[in-house]
Design a protein around this ligand. Sequence first.
Ligand SMILES: *Cc1c(COP(=O)(O)O)cnc(C)c1O
Length: 430
Amino acid sequence: MDNFNPTNYSLTCVATGREFEDAGWTLDDVECKTPSLVRTKYAKRQLELRDDSLGLYKFADWLPVERMLEGSSAPVTYRSEALARHLGLSNLWITLNGYAPKHGVKMRTCSFKETEAYSVCARRRASGDDRVLVVASAGNTARAFAQVCSANNIKLLLVVPTDNLSALWFTEPLNDCVKLIAVDKGGDYYDAIHLSNMVLKSSKFYAEGGAKNVARRDGMGTTVLSAVTTIGRIPDYYFQAVGSGTGAIAAWEANMRLVEDGRYGDNLMRLIVSQNAPFVPIFDAWRADSREMLPYDMKKGRRDAELINAKVLSNRRPPYSVAGGLYDALKATNGDVQVATNAQAARACKLFKELEGVDIHPAPGVALASLIKMVEAGSIDKDACIMLNITGAGEEASKMGRELWYLKPQKSFSVMAELGEVIQYVETLF
Ligand SMILES: *Cc1c(COP(=O)(O)O)cnc(C)c1O
């Protein structure tokens, strides 16, 4: 993948509108006094699709990338027939992220976290900086970054709770530029974040940045670029299950760029985001019409997080109230938050498999269940143009008949681990 000219773009602070250059890995506007996301502004106003063989990088005009990496796959959008007929919808479009070769999508880690990972990891040049990327995650994000970094020889330190290690399966062994440390049994995602923050006190490491990383959001925004360039117009509705809501923020941002593009209409898709009941902090804040998340009851939260099947949705600190975050995205698009139970989501997954022939994760089952509920309640126009973002799929298909390989931690730390001990250990790892 030589001969690639880095994409031209600048950054804009959402809160102040200040435009400035990306220093390479800028996550915030240092001059901004209030919490705000920064956004990319691409030099090319109109998106030109590149060759399909480039995978995700067919959308490189609108990705903040310095280079292209090997092994990526772009999301694929197609018009639903069987599911649409079943629901009585005339204009339902499915955007698939995952492993579904018959639809031309082969994300080996089976979720749209791979769109983030390929975009984020390509934001940096191949040489000139020897620091190690740090990603704390409970599952799909860690898998996606591990796969991408392994395939492209990028140094990565993952920080994952011991209880989530079973999520780190691969179909082949990883390159040893990818290392993993764990938090002892009982520790959760937030303990992993705490441990990763200690690692980041060392100058040998740098933070991925999560929702603040423009590459992450613009990577996820390719789902909407896929849908709109396939459909030929901006849809009326966007359905997605959310944990952090980063994907929905990204969808809104991609939508605004497509309006500027001028060829797809000036629609703003109504973002309909869903959570898996009983873990519904975004729903609670939205129903209370509150820009701030409501006070979080740790005990209840942990219990609820354990009860839900779509574990990837159990985020308790989403970028909701920050300027340009999920609250703003929902307000701007006249969006809404829905919920679905495990049982409703399971029924939706089964229906999707039967009618569309692809196994999907519990999370997109939550999104589909919400769509079904709105159809049944008569609260959605049956001829509306609907984009259903299937955020993870094909896990059964990709595991079938394959020997699985699990990433093992180099070391596990207590939740009480001390900074000195952590730094001393991780600095010798690479
Ligand atoms: C992470 C994830 C989500 C939630 O996405 P956010 O943008 O973080 O809200 C939904 N589905 C799947 C399969 C995921 O991995």
